[in-house]
Write a protein that binds this ligand. Structure first.
Ligand code: ACM
Length: 524
């Protein structure tokens, strides 16, 4: 029986040696109303790669037929793909399911199906198969930090295509941090005029720090972000925005010093945890409500991330405003003050029909009632939140941080954190054993995090993200027993797809010479 190297591995697949479907100039596509988006996507993507028109055909004239059937028992985002005797049928439980069926169909073609123009030689043969498939988790995410290094819009759109190719459905965009503010806020133009660029950037993690002496910056207009959101939505990806408060806010404070606790600051140039934090005055809260008002207009996502991570309490300990707030609100300490601050946004978001998402530090001092927790400092925060009845997204550093080094070899460029190999990503499970009996239903899924302090170009992002993202895709999509020995040969075929798509992944045997950063120290 032929085995097709699909990645992530589908739930059920049976292949046979009957004729499948050969795509030719006369191949037609038909889709019911809910599947129209995927028809257009197939025509655009496969049309470009194959040079075939893949025109719309009336139902019986179309060889490739797409439809939605909620009664087919396929489950959310699930699909059935049947290719036999000159026909390919995709039935999705919903329009997302149809899209994933089409992604699978593309993988059944030669890798050249991932190019943007035809080479002129391929035969576009789809094999005879029947596949029934659905994802294990509803949150299959990737967080991209566009604050530390700006990623041009064009590259974000490309990144979205790559997430969709791996059947991921959440792009968590980390839009603000100490070193840059990347989202246009019309009411506060200095956030981008001043906050979107810095004089220079730290290079590597040497102490004392070394700087490159080169300005860096960039931001997205609200129209850019609307375009990104719509492009992602057409690929069944939700863009979850993050505006990080009350720590990681130095770029905002550089733009509007009245938000801070101390002397004026510049946009951060150095990596790490910075002591500059927001003050807790009514005017700062009002400022951020106004910011979120604009953010909610651009991002329809149900989940809105307010960050909440790594907020040093030093400035609050000696701040008149902070200490007064602690007294007036009857709070025990600065941890409870941080919790109080986050709770203000929980109420704000809940009133507007959204849900607050925050890093697991939001557990300190008490979790806001509507909060969903992103568990990154290990799994403990996620376990505690799930046991307290909150939803959780898992991304513990040890298995989910794609800025961490890919091997123990000295040559890995700017090695930070612990070793996180492809095999390590593949072996991880989003549901910690502690929740296996009770609480697992609170785990919405998992995400990998791409922090870009040391990724200064999209090429470097490619190197750090791929192929580990392919392993992660199988972790969050496939319900079947994972088997690294089965994954690796499929990955070999998948790397050919990434090559065709122009992805500069890290080769399995180590970086290419131009992917090295000799002499630039990292940190463990
Ligand atoms: C984080 O890595 N600071 C969430």
């Amino acid at each position: 029986m032929p085995a097709h190297p699909l990645l992530p591995r589908p739930s059920e697949m049976s292949a046979d040696t009957r004729p499948g479907l050969v795509l030719t100039p006369s191949t037609r596509i038909n889709a019911d109303h809910a599947a129209h988006g995927t028809e257009a996507w197939l025509r655009a993507e496969l049309g470009a790669a194959t040079g075939l028109p893949l025109l719309h055909g009336k139902d019986q004239n179309a060889q490739l037929r797409l439809s939605v059937d909620t009664a087919a028992g396929l489950g959310p985002e699930g699909y059935r793909l049947a290719i036999h005797e000159g026909e390919a049928l995709i039935v999705g439980h919903d329009s997302a399911g149809v899209f994933y069926g089409a992604q699978t169909l593309r993988q059944l073609l030669p890798a050249a199906a991932y190019r943007r123009a035809p080479l002129g030689s391929a035969a576009w043969v789809l094999p005879s198969v029947r596949i029934t498939d659905r994802p294990r988790f509803g949150w299959r995410g990737c967080m991209l930090d566009v604050a530390r290094h700006f990623m041009p819009k064009h590259d974000i759109l490309r990144f979205i295509d790559l997430l969709a190719m791996h059947k991921l459905n959440v792009l968590h965009l980390h839009l603000t941090d100490d070193q840059g503010w990347r989202v246009e806020i019309k009411r506060y133009p200095r956030l981008t005029e001043a906050g979107a660029w810095r004089r220079e950037s730290q290079v590597g993690a040497a102490q004392p720090p070394v700087f490159d002496g080169r300005p860096h910056g960039g931001f997205y207009t609200q129209d850019d972000l609307r375009e990104i959101v719509a492009y992602a939505a057409a690929r069944h990806i939700t863009v979850v925005p993050e505006i990080d408060v009350p720590g990681h806010s130095q770029a905002a404070i550089a733009a509007y010093p009245e938000l801070g606790e101390g002397d004026p600051v510049e946009v951060g140039r150095e990596w790490g945890i910075i002591e500059t934090v927001l003050n807790v005055s009514d005017t700062t809260l009002e400022f951020y409500r106004n910011v979120f008002d604009e953010v909610l207009e651009v991002f329809p996502s149900r989940y809105i991330c307010v960050g909440g991570d790594e907020c040093p309490k030093k400035q609050w300990r000696t701040s008149e405003t902070a200490q007064r707030r602690i007294r007036e609100e009857g709070l025990a300490d600065e941890d409870e003050l941080q919790s109080w601050f986050i709770r203000q946004f929980d109420g704000y978001l809940t009133e507007r029909g959204r849900r607050l998402l925050g890093w697991d530090e939001i557990l300190q001092g008490g979790l806001a009632p509507g909060a969903t927790v992103v568990s990154w400092r290990g799994t403990e925060g996620g376990i505690a939140a799930a046991r307290a009845g909150h939803d959780v997204v898992m991304c513990p550093t040890a298995t989910s941080y794609l800025d961490y080094r890919q091997s123990a070899a000295d040559e890995e460029p700017i090695p930070v954190g612990t070793v996180l190999s492809l095999a390590d990503v593949y072996a991880a499970d989003p549901v910690p054993p502690e929740l296996a009996k009770k609480g697992a239903e609170r785990i919405l899924g998992a995400q990998v995090n791409v922090w870009t302090e040391h990724m200064d170009t999209p090429r470097t992002v490619d190197f750090m993200v791929f192929p580990r993202l392919a392993a992660f895709a199988e972790v969050v999509w496939s319900s079947r027993q994972r088997d690294y020995g089965d994954f690796l040969p499929r990955l070999a075929d998948h790397l050919a797809r990434l090559d065709a798509a122009g992805v500069e992944y890290r080769p399995l045997d180590g970086p290419r010479p131009w992917q090295l950063r000799p002499g630039i120290p990292g940190r463990s």
